[in-house]
Design a protein around this ligand. Structure first.
Ligand SMILES: [Zn+2]
Length: 305
């Protein structure tokens, strides 16, 4: 049974829907006249079916509209993100070109340094510029940047080796300069030069292999270059003697000292005090005998004073 009172449905049971025919009775409050309608079962079922289809379609379209709105938002978001990434990419390309330019400047400076140091220039070239790719295909640009970065890394490694090369050479120059005897070994005045002279002891002409610098006993004697003391003792000819090996074939010899201030094996820097002037060994007065040898051969120290 299906009853309607005051226009409101108050009871529906599922089995009723399958009935062939229905009676709908109205009991208006202000009117004593009862209204009675008959409707067919198929009409009710058709109405229900229509309602269900309508609800289904409504849900489907509402859902699609909702999804479409979300997709649209996402599309906007992605578009804006892509645009930002593209801008970032352009900036990266510009920055990268800047780095390449700096690298070019460095290479030019390095070439100049190598030229000054009389070193061969490095034959390998620089990476090719990547300008112009950015506005065509971002993917292509990214892989182009990657390739250029790889080349740049190789080039940086090359530059590192080259600079190490230059640094070693300069270090060698510095070491050689510090190892080459230079300046006066004591404060005094020259009394005998390098070369043949009449011996004050035998009267015969003999080779004088160094310079004699007259100075008061006790006057400091200093090393004229960096090196290592290879001898610091007494011998009959030179008296109290100091021999310094400077490397690069150079040795200096200091004779007739009154006092030795260094020991064999001691590392010495130019200007270090090594002895005091004296009159020991075969000597006719207080003076320093200063001798210089290059690869074992005595050379005139005068031009180094
Ligand atoms: Zn001498």
């Amino acid at each position: 049974m299906f009853g309607v009172g005051s226009g409101l449905i108050y009871k529906v049971s599922f089995g009723v829907i399958l009935a062939k025919r229905f009676s709908v009775i109205f009991f208006p409050e202000n009117d004593n006249k009862v209204r009675h309608f008959r409707i067919h079962g198929w009409m009710l079922r058709a109405s229900l079916g229509f309602c269900l289809v309508f609800i289904g379609l409504f849900t489907f379209f509402a859902y699609s509209f909702f999804n479409l709105t979300i997709d649209n938002d996402e599309l906007h978001h992605l578009r804006s993100e892509t645009s930002q990434q593209r801008q970032t990419l352009y900036r990266l390309v510009a920055d990268f070109e800047g780095v390449q330019q700096q690298m070019n400047d460095l290479v030019a400076t390095e070439a100049r340094v190598r030229q000054l140091a009389n070193l061969e220039t490095i034959p390998q070239g620089l990476p090719v510029a990547i300008g112009g790719l950015a506005k065509t295909d971002p993917t292509e640009t990214v892989s182009a940047i990657q390739r250029q970065i790889n080349k740049l890394q190789v080039d940086i490694e090359l530059r590192r080796h080259s600079q190490e090369n230059v640094r070693n050479l300069l270090n060698d120059h510095v070491s050689l300069r510090r190892a080459t005897p230079k300046g006066w070994p004591t404060k005094g005045w020259l009394t005998s030069y390098f070369g043949m002279r009449k011996s004050p002891f035998t009267g015969r002409r003999v080779m004088h292999e160094g310079l004699d610098i007259a100075a008061n006993t006790g006057t400091p004697v200093v090393a004229t270059a960096d090196g290592i003391v290879v001898r610091a003792n007494y011998c009959p000819d030179y008296g109290k003697i100091v021999v310094i090996d400077h490397g690069y074939g150079y040795r200096t010899i200091f004779g007739h000292n009154s006092k030795l201030l260094v020991k064999t094996g001691q590392k010495i820097e130019r200007g270090d005090m090594i002895a005091q002037v004296g009159n020991t060994g075969q000597s006719t007065g207080s003076h320093l005998h200063y001798e210089m040898r290059l690869n074992g051969v005595p050379i005139d120290p005068r031009k180094t004073l």
